[in-house]
Design a protein around this ligand. Structure first.
Ligand code: ADP
Length: 468
């Protein structure tokens, strides 16, 4: 069963159910039909006999009401007139007029000898078996004056009904299988049409997995049924795969590009130094260049690793309830010692602000922003770190009065490896703000920047209050 196609399975299942339903309905209708027809046969027997009662009359005198078409029999001191409307046989119902000792006076009874033993009984319907056939017998005593002692006996074979029923049954036996076959064939075709798009989906998936072309999409045309929705979901998935694959490739290419510069500097410095005999101070200078570039590479690699880990495995960073006010004071306290370019660093933090977060990451976020403010700050300038709460949020900001950022660069500075100011590019890795953004998002917050070139910048991080 598992090896069958979905189309075959669906068709098989509903065919089996259809056949079962049709068979059950057929037998139910047959048995119901039999009951109805039996009742009709019995009713027709009773009605025919009752109708015939009125067709028999008694006259003392032959002249009274004599006419050519009726039938006359001598009886007692007069005669019996049997109207020509008397139904001897109609629809298989036979009626006979007889005396109390069952002697036939008029009419027909095809099973007279077999029913002879059956006592006459007024108004009662009985069954009698004649050979393999069942007969219904209905007697009616005539009560009109002069007719006392006369009876009407009606008989009808049960097979009378069977004849009509078997005609219906025979027709059903031919028609129903034809209809069932038509339904199965129609279902098979519809199932095939409905499932055809799935073949296209699997073909597209196969093309992508074989050729690695993530630009491929499934095109089913217009539609909004389940299969179209499935194809849409697949296309969304392919889109996301393509994006993440492209951004991964971009990351690798950016990273190699960034690493190439320090490596080239080291190689060039080594080649230059080794060209001829150098003085110890020249060797020392060369080694300092190598060390500086080595440090740069180390920082770059560390930033890349941190960034990738945060992007790919955020679950590795656990969150705990922590005092953000203390954390901000501590980071500012540590970084104030640097006091590069005579820049002053102050911290205005509201007390006792708590957040559910990762201490290491939040420290990194704030120190990245403060380091940038130092790096792009002006001689003797200032950095102001502020922490406060608003109605539903916690706001952390770092303001400087440094070189500022051009308006056109603002949307790019959070991108990986993007460095807006070429005169300072040697200083950082270009990942500081990208990491800050990842950390902010990891805590459900948003980071933004306001800046005026030449006047300074303010980076603001807004976290939702998530303590409860
Ligand atoms: P970098 O390692 O170059 O500092 P970042 O991702 O931290 O990389 O920052 C990206 C760019 O944004 C920087 O190269 C710089 O041009 C600009 N930038 C960041 N912070 C500031 C700031 N406080 N003042 C002016 N420019 C800034």
């Amino acid at each position: 069963m598992n090896r069958l196609s979905l189309r075959a399975k669906i068709t098989l299942w509903y065919s089996a159910v259809l056949v079962l339903i049709v068979a059950l309905t057929y037998f139910a209708l047959l048995s119901l039909g039999r009951q109805v027809i039996q009742k009709t046969v019995k009713d027709s027997l009773i009605t025919t006999v009752a109708d015939n009662v009125d067709e028999v009359e008694y006259y003392y005198d032959i002249d009274e009401g004599f006419n050519e078409v009726d039938y006359y029999v001598d009886y007692e001191n007069g005669y019996i007139e049997i109207d020509d409307d008397f139904l001897r046989e109609v629809n298989g119902v036979y009626t006979s007029l007889c005396l109390s000792d069952k002697t036939l006076v008029y009419g027909e009874n095809p099973v007279a000898s077999e029913t002879a033993a059956l006592q006459l009984s007024d108004g009662s319907l009985r069954q009698i078996k004649v050979g393999s056939e069942l007969y219904y017998v209905y007697d009616k005593k005539l009560t009109l004056s002069g007719l006392e002692g006369l009876w009407l006996r009606g008989v009808v074979s049960e097979t009378q009904g069977e004849v009509q029923l078997s005609a219906v049954a025979r027709m059903s036996l031919i028609l129903l299988p034809v209809l069932v076959l038509l339904a199965i064939a129609g279902g098979y075709i519809i199932a095939g049409r409905t499932l055809r798009p799935i073949d296209r989906i699997s073909a597209a998936a196969a093309r992508i997995s074989q050729g690695g072309d993530l630009k491929q999409r499934i095109d089913l045309g217009e539609g909004s049924d389940e299969i179209h929705r499935l194809a849409d979901r697949f296309n969304e998935m392919f889109g996301r795969l393509e994006n993440s694959f492209t951004s991964q490739q971009q990351f690798i290419s950016d990273a190699s590009h960034e690493l190439r510069t320090p490596v080239s500097v080291i190689m060039a410095q080594c080649e230059l130094t080794l060209e001829k005999e150098r003085t110890p101070s020249e060797y020392e200078e060369a080694l300092e260049v190598v060390e500086r570039q080595g440090r740069k590479m180390t920082r770059l690699i560390k930033d890349m690793l941190d960034f990738t880990r945060l992007e790919l495995h955020p679950e590795k960073y656990k969150k705990k309830l922590l005092n953000l006010s203390e954390l901000a004071e501590d980071v500012c306290g540590d970084l104030a010692i640097i006091a590069e370019k005579g820049i002053s660093l102050t911290c205005e933090a509201e007390k006792e602000i708590y957040i559910k977060g990762n201490r290491g990451l939040l420290t990194r976020l704030l120190s990245n922003l403060i380091s940038n403010a130092y790096r792009y700050g002006r001689e003797g300038g200032y950095i102001k770190t502020r922490l406060k709460t608003a109605e539903n949020s916690i706001i952390l900001s770092v303001e400087d009065n440094g070189i500022g950022i051009e308006g056109g660069e603002l949307q790019n500075i959070f991108l990986r490896f993007y460095q807006a100011d070429s005169s300072h590019t040697g200083a950082g890795s270009g990942l500081g703000l990208a990491i800050a953004k990842e950390i902010t998002q990891f805590h459900g917050g948003e980071i933004s920047v306001k800046s005026r070139p030449g006047s300074g910048s303010t980076f603001t991080v807004v976290f939702p209050k998530n303590v409860l």
